[in-house]
Write a protein that binds this ligand. Sequence first.
Ligand SMILES: *Cc1c(COP(=O)(O)O)cnc(C)c1O
Ligand SMILES: [Zn+2]
Length: 403
Amino acid sequence: MDQRFSYLESLACPKCSSLHDPRRVNTVCECGSPLLAMYDLDAAASRVRKDSVEGRQRSVWRYHELLPVYDSSNIVSLGEGFTPLIQASRLGAEVGVNGLFIKDEGVLPTGTFKARGAAVGVSKAKELNISKIAMPTNGNAGAAWAAYCSKAGIDAHIVMPKDAPKVTMSECAALGAKLYLVDGLIGDAAKVVGRSSQSHGFFDASTFREPYRVEGKKTMGLEIFEQLLWQSPDVVLYPTGGGVGLIGIYKAYQELLQLDWVSSKPPRLVAVQSEGCSPVVKAWEKRLKECEPWPNPSTVAFGINVAKPLADFLILDAVYKTDGCAVSVSDQEILDAQRQAGRLEGVFMCPEGAAVIAAAKKLRESNWIETGDRVVALNTGAGIKYPETCPPQPTLISPDDTI
Ligand SMILES: *Cc1c(COP(=O)(O)O)cnc(C)c1O
Ligand SMILES: [Zn+2]
C-alpha cells in the first residue's frame, strides 16, 4: 500500500476557498486571508491507525502524516513535543475544578510552545529551499525560530518591540540570529518585516503569513486527545495572542474527527486575554466575526499583547463553533495565579499560562465551568523566562540566625 510520510494535499483559503500549491512557497491568499493546510484524510484514514502512532517516538513528528513535511530528511529537530499533561489536583481543589490538568509547554526547546511552530515551520522552509527569513515577534517566537533556523542553516532576522522580555533577546544573540529592536509594538515590527521582505527577499515568517506554524501548534491538540485516550476534555483554556494555538487545537479536533480517531464533541475552547489587551473578548461579547484593533495594548503577559490578530475570524469561529467563550483577566490576577500554581503544583508558569488559571477561577465562579468538567489549562511557557514577574520575597538573615 502506498504509504506517504505526509498526506498534505493543498493549501486552502478559508475566506474565498481558493486552493494553492504546497510545493511552492506560499504566504497569504490574494484575498489577504491566511491559508490552511489540507490533508488527504480519507487516504490517511485507511492507511494509518492510531495505535501505530501510539508506539512512535515521543515528539511532534509521531503525527508526521498530519504534518506538512513530505521528506523526513528535511526535519529539523531539537527534541520537541509530547509535553506532560499534569493532573493538577491541589490547584484544582482550590479553584473548584476536580478534573484540572496543566499541559506544561515550558519544557520544550527554548522554553515555550513556540518551539512546535518553529520546528514544523523551519522544516518546511528547508524543504522549500528558503535560505533567509524575517519575522516580527513579542520575543518567544523569535527565540524559537532563531534556534531552529540555526540548526537548519537558515539566516534569521528577528524584529521585536524594545520592551520584549530580555531573555528572548539573549536567546537570539546566543542562537546566531540578527536582532532588531523597534520602538513600538509587534504590529510595528510586522510592518518593518513586510517592507524589508519585499526589498531584501526574506521569507516573511509572520504569524499566519507563514502557513505551517499552525500545523506545528496543532500537535498540542493532537497530544491532548491522545493523552486523554482519544476523548475530548470538556474545556481547553488558551492564552490568546495571534491565536495560532487555539486555531491549531480546533484543527486537530476536526482532523481527528474526520479520521474517526475521536468521536466525542469538541472541547469548548476558551480564548483567554489580559484586560490590557482583549480584542477577542470584546468581539466575542458583541458576537462579531472580526476584532477591532485594541488601543494602546499593555500587559505583563507579553506573549498575548496582540492588538489585532490577523486570523481573528478563525479564532472567533473556533470559539463560536465549540460553544466556547472569551474572557479577560487583570495583570494582578495573573501574578496571583502564577504564585498559586507554583505553590500548589510545582510548575513555575509563564504569565500567559497563569492567565489561564485566573480565567478558570472566574469561569468556575460564574458556573460556566462545572465542578466535574475536565479542563485542560495550557501553560504555554516556562516562568523562568520572565524572572521579573515573580520577584523573590526572602527573609534576610545573618549567619548566626536560626530559621
Ligand atoms: C506567543 C505566545 C502566546 C500566544 O500564542 P498565539 O498562538 O499567538 O495566540 C501565549 N503564550 C506564550 C508564552 C507565547 O509566547
Ligand atoms: Zn482567499
